[in-house]
Each structure stands twice: as C-alpha cells, then as structure tokens.
Write a protein that binds this ligand. Structure first.
Ligand code: FES
Length: 149
C-alpha cells in the first residue's frame, strides 16, 4: 500500500545523495555561514539578488543527511522567489517542523513537506532548520555566522 512516509523518506535520501544547487558560487551578492555547535556541522549559503528577487542560490559545507537534504530542498524552492515570498515559505516551514504543523500551508511548501517528520525529534529540528535560519539572516543582510544555539 502507498505510504506517504516512504515517499518522504525517498525525497530526503535523494536530496542527500544528490544535493541540488551544491557548490560555491562565483561572485555572490551575499554569503553567510550557518553553524550547529552541537555536532560541528557547517553550511555556507550563497545568493545573487536582483530587484528584491533571489536570482541564484547555492550552498556548500558538510552536514548530516537531514541538514543537506533540507538545504537542497530549500535552495530548489527558493530559486526565483522574491524576498517576501521566501520569508513566507520560511515561516510556513518553521510552523511545519516546530509545531503540530496543522497551520502550515502545504501548497506553499510542496516537496519541503518531506521534512515534516523531524518535528518528532527536537535535535533533528535544528538539523533541518540550520540552512533556513541562515537564509532568513542572509536576506536580512546579516553577516555574522548563524548558530543554531
Ligand atoms: Fe549536524 Fe544534523 S547532526 S546538522
């Protein structure tokens, strides 16, 4: 029988094995590092912006399967979004992984819903949100390393 959890698992495994938008960007407009001191994992995010819109986005660094899959899914979802749209997706994603998720707008999240299962595991929530907090800060123009703690 079709099991949604299996599909979600597949999406995460796929994005961890073959992360999209992975690699350092040449001449980004903004660069920011996210750090999870609990495990030492670090991801760097690169963006090019044009007229308040994300023109290009990529990431590199090392992290666990959840953090890499989350960054891959996030960068995929953010390509071409305006800063306001990106913030709206960030808010929905945050609701999805930190509450019971009922109020999250799944239409806006698409494949990102694959990460809903992490809310059962508080330490994994930090893995999944590392890149998101980094994105939120980079769009605000922050330049300090972002920490999950
Ligand atoms: Fe380090 Fe997940 S264990 S970010």
């Amino acid at each position: 029988m079709f099991d949604l959890k299996d599909l979600y698992q597949e999406v995460i495994v796929d994005h961890n094995r073959s992360p999209r938008n992975f690699g350092q960007m040449e001449n980004p407009d903004r660069t920011l590092e996210g750090f999870n001191p609990l495990c030492g994992d670090r991801l760097t995010l690169y963006v090019k912006l044009q007229d308040q819109q994300i023109d290009e986005i990529s990431f590199d660094g090392s992290g666990c399967a959840i953090s890499v899959a989350s960054a891959s899914l996030m960068t995929d979802a953010m390509n071409g979004k305006t800063i306001n749209e990106a913030e709206e997706i960030f808010e929905n994603f945050h609701i999805l992984v930190t509450s019971d998720g009922e109020d999250a707008d799944l239409d806006k999240l698409g494949k990102l819903a694959a990460l809903a299962g992490v809310r059962e595991y508080p330490t994994r929530v930090k893995c999944a949100t590392l890149c998101w907090h980094t994105l939120h800060s980079i769009l605000e123009g922050d330049d300090e390393v972002i920490s999950t703690e």
